[in-house]
Design a protein around this ligand. Structure first.
Ligand code: 9MR
Length: 752
């Protein structure tokens, strides 16, 4: 047995928690020795000071390790625990928590330093992946609160099979210096890492303090210079806190791979010039949905690397989703079969408002292909995506949309019940599920949350759109969509103020207390579906109708759907399109200006420069507006702005980060997900290609500890980290990917 280290830096093994981008300072202060706060961490004194949960009997081995047989067949990490209580912590002090561990069966261990009682507020919550060979693990954290009685816990439950855990050298030393997160931003020349269309705009950004223009060169894959010019100094940029220059090399049009741009002694990541640039991205962004499906086994043959059992089909340990009761706090006397649909994001919840905007944007990929001058029904047609319904005569994007539509309609309160016709706001677990966790392994009860007006209007809008787009393929299904839509509209009109609360356990709130925008969007969709005077009146009497003001500088998302009404009325043929088109073109003008004046070509200009949760989605929704403005006006400036706007998402940004998995040299790969949790458990896959990360979020103080610890004080564009723990900046969701899918489907048809 090795002694507990008291005055040396922990021996950091292969599973070291401090990544290459963290500059770890020595935990030893020059003039003061750190104090050890774990009692008997080396197990010199048997198991004194340690406890185990009832299902295990930890024993100290002859060579002085604490080992325990961990039973199989448990559901959650906290079902089996080894811990020590009474550990003192001082607020503001930084600690190194380290241990050596081995485990048969390649299991993760969840290491915690936390409050010893409910609500178990954590100071440290990390996972170490164990191997049969003992390895050292170390984590540095700064305590938020003074505690005399913190608990150190190793949670090791959740395995199907029994396994053996051994621990040694458990240590909690004060006097650590918290690691400083420094992102690896690579070369200072920032490009779209995918590339550029031959006839499209080509812009790049150079981070430099130089006051005067600098020469730039464009080289082909062999290194031969094929174009050159001078940068344009921009000076300070508030969104990044950097001083930057811009490069316009739009005059270069020769297709090829492996181009690089050099300026100020730095060479960009390589990129292509290709008319096919967006083909894979457009297909990947839509193929994201199949492995996101609930209620169906995912076939590895169709989605290679992503095969898994069906989630929430009423098979133990799942307790949903075939007979889901109402939440105990808001009981009802029925259950619903709400299996199917998509999981919202990295969690196991299913939320009607967010499902609504997502499925709408998928159906709109189809509609744009039909109606826009550059639309291409073939590329958005049958057998274009990786999903089981290929080759059934229905466009694949509609097959995918139907999977969600059927779920949304199943969320409707049955006839004869209170609030009949309204849609339950959401269905999710009693408490947040553990991460990682495959959908089929979720053991918790799931509940229907009370109907809301917002959810009901999302159902009305999408089911009305469903009735139109499915009419040529399945008239019966289309009719059931329309019936559901009209019932929902009437129910929302009768109950216009049922708001989802901003609080709750186990799922996202998706709260919203202004539903005038949902009323407008639903009226527009019902008018487009039926042409009825009543819906026309509801559209034209809305204060939001044909108002360019619905297109705000910060963009829109699930909470504000008025723009969807204008976009639909402008782009789907109907008698109200003139006013909607004028409003759209006027509203899109500001995004054109934003992109033109921003040194990173950013379409998003939130008030006070504060980037919101899911800012990439807001950026992309502004590109949806610009794209539709191009579709209805034919003004090429809108198209070029969309193409330039995509550069930001694919790497031309302060972090030199492509926010889409599998696309670009430095792509995001650790998005927050319970089943694409490769970063936590190497046996699980990383997110599928085409998964969009939420992106920079200026609110670094409120949400997850990774964001809080690593991003505090960040300039807006730097408020992002590609870490699975940073759900506030790095989750993936169905509504963000629908926007990426929509804009990619637009981009793939341009300038061919
Ligand atoms: O995308 C949502 C964002 O607009 C909200 O500010 C945030 C906090 O309520 O929630 C986001 O949605 C999350 C949801 O609550 C649960 N599933 C994952 C979603 C994306 O992070």
């Amino acid at each position: 047995m090795r002694p507990v280290r008291r005055n040396a830096a922990p021996a950091l093994g292969a599973a070291l928690a401090l990544s290459a981008t963290l500059l770890a300072a020595s935990p030893v202060q020059a003039d003061e020795e750190p104090t050890e706060h774990i009692v008997n961490g080396g197990f010199d004194d048997g198991a004194t000071g340690w406890w185990g949960s009832p299902s295990i009997a930890p024993e100290v081995t002859e060579d002085g390790r604490l080992c325990a047989d961990v039973p199989g067949g448990t559901a959650d990490p906290w079902d089996v625990i080894i811990g020590q209580d009474g550990v003192p912590l001082r607020a503001g002090e930084s600690y190194t928590f380290s241990f050596t561990a081995s485990g048969t069966g390649s299991r993760p261990v969840r290491a915690l330093v936390q409050e010893p009682v409910d609500p178990w507020r954590t100071e440290l919550d990390e996972r170490a992946f164990l191997t049969e060979e003992a390895a050292a693990h170390a984590f540095v954290f700064t305590a938020d609160e003074d505690r005399d009685d913190a608990q150190v816990a190793f949670q090791v439950g959740g395995a199907a099979e029994p396994w053996t855990l051994c621990l040694d050298d458990v240590s909690l030393l004060d006097g650590a210096e918290p690691p400083v997160y420094v992102p690896d931003t690579g070369p200072r020349v920032r490009v779209n890492q995918l590339g550029y269309l031959p006839e499209g705009p080509k812009n790049a950004t150079v981070v430099t303090d130089a006051a005067d223009p600098l020469p730039w060169t464009l080289a082909d894959a062999d290194g031969a210079v094929v174009a050159d010019g001078d940068t344009v100094p921009h000076g300070p940029d508030a969104s990044s806190g950097q001083s930057v220059h811009t490069v316009d090399f739009g005059g270069f049009t020769e297709p090829g791979e492996g181009y690089t741009l050099t300026a100020d002694g730095e060479t960009s990541h390589p990129f292509a010039v290709s008319a096919d640039l967006y083909e894979d991205l457009a297909a990947d962004a839509l193929s994201f949905y199949y492995p996101q499906r609930s209620g169906i086994g995912i076939s590895d043959a169709i989605a290679p690397g992503y095969g898994r059992g069906a989630g929430h089909v009423g098979v133990a340990p799942n307790q949903g989703d075939t007979e889901v009761p109402c939440h105990p706090a808001t009981p009802c006397d029925y259950t619903l079969d709400v299996s199917g649909g998509w999981y919202d994001a990295g969690d196991h919840g299913k939320y009607v408002v967010n499902g609504g905007i997502s499925v709408h944007q998928l159906m709109s990929v189809h509609e744009r292909a039909l109606h826009a001058p550059t639309g291409n029904p073939e590329r958005a047609g049958d057998s274009t995506l990786r999903l089981p319904e290929r080759d059934n005569g229905v466009p694949d994007v509609l097959d995918e949309a139907r999977w969600e539509m059927e779920f949304l309609m199943a969320m409707q309160v049955p006839e004869g019940e209170p609030l009949a016709g309204m849609a339950h706001h959401k269905v999710h677990d009693a408490a947040w599920t553990a991460i990682p966790m495959l959908p089929a392994d979720d053991p918790q009860p799931r509940y229907l949350h009370p109907p809301s007006t917002a959810a009901t209007l999302n159902l009305a809008a999408t089911a009305a759109q469903c009735s139109r787009v499915f009419e040529p393929y399945d008239a019966e299904f289309a009719a059931s969509c329309l019936e559901s839509a009209e019932t929902a509209w009437a129910a929302a009109a009768a109950h216009p103020e049922e708001y989802a609360p901003p609080t709750g356990e186990g799922g996202g709130p998706y709260d919203d207390t202004d539903v005038s925008d949902e009323f407008y969007w639903a009226a527009a969709e019902l008018y487009l579906a039926t042409g009825d005077d009543g819906y026309e009146d509801a559209v034209t009497s809305s204060g939001l109708h044909a108002d360019p003001g619905v297109f705000g500088p910060g963009g829109f998302d699930w909470r504000y759907t008025a723009p969807l009404g204008v976009l639909q009325l402008a782009s789907v043929p109907n008698d109200l399109s003139d006013g909607a088109r004028d409003a759209l073109v006027e509203g899109a003008g500001q995004y054109l200006d934003n992109i033109g004046s921003h040194p990173y070509g950013l379409a998003y200009a939130p008030e006070d420069g504060v980037f919101a949760w899911g800012s990439n989605n807001l950026v992309l929704n502004n590109l949806v507006v610009l794209s539709t403005a191009y579709d209805v006006s034919g003004d090429a400036a809108f198209r070029d702005a969309v193409l330039e706007g995509m550069d930001y998402v694919l790497g031309r940004n302060a972090l030199n980060q492509s926010y889409v998995t599998g696309h670009g040299t430095n792509d995001a790969v650790n998005q927050h997900s319970r089943w694409y949790a490769h970063q936590l458990d190497p046996s699980l896959p990383a997110p599928p290609p085409g998964s969009l990360a939420g992106g920079p979020n200026s609110d670094t103080a409120t949400w997850d500890p990774v964001t809080e610890a690593d991003l505090a004080g960040c300039a807006p564009q730097f408020c992002y980290i590609d870490d699975i723990g940073s759900y506030a900046t790095n989750e993936l969701t169905v509504n963000w990917n629908s926007t990426l899918a929509w804009v990619s489907a637009f981009a793939v048809e341009q300038l061919r």
